[in-house]
Ligand binder design. Sequence first.
Ligand SMILES: [Zn+2]
Length: 224
Amino acid sequence: MIRFRLFGFPVTVEPWHWAILAFCGGALKIKEPEDLLPVLLFMAAGVVSLIIHELGHALTMRLFGGRHISIVLHGWGGQAASQGAPFSRGQQILISLAGPLLQVACGLVVFIAVAMSADTSSGSTVLEASPVYQLLYWFVLISLWWGVLNLIIPVYPMDGGQILHGILGPRRIKLTLQISIIAAIIVGAVGLIYLNMFLLPIFMVFSVVENYKALKRTRTPGGW
Ligand SMILES: [Zn+2]
């Protein structure tokens, strides 16, 4: 468990978050000591990218008067939570948008900076082999992939699902959860069959179960 403060927000990175990042970074394929560095670079890029994502939510919450805002990175992603007066639907939509948008913007800025420095460098192959380049490469890839995925998939508790809830409103919560379940089944199947992915379908199964339980209670699971 790692705890620190960033822009005044308490940030917690739970052990499961490191474990999932290590798995995604290829920790199971480590055979030689030199295989460790790429995994550590992936983990570092992932944790920075996800903290930027949650920072986007947290800063927007603060802008709208949120208090006691905290950030937690857990197994499947992250959560920025606020106490105090509830946000309006419009504010909730903007808070949900801010995380992935800040994450994607940072990914694009780093991508442009790396592309420009690679063009002016005489030895781009040397640059590509360096750990700093690998770190930035993973940062760009994770930021764009996770940011866009979170935004476009209307599945709770992802940001796309939060935005859908903001648009449809609390009265249509059942519809939001039903759309969430259908979208999770479709995304999970596409990930498994066409993209040969492993973790995304598991995450979608987890989402279907959580949304189904919420549908039974007709309540929303929280979090951004
Ligand atoms: Zn988010």
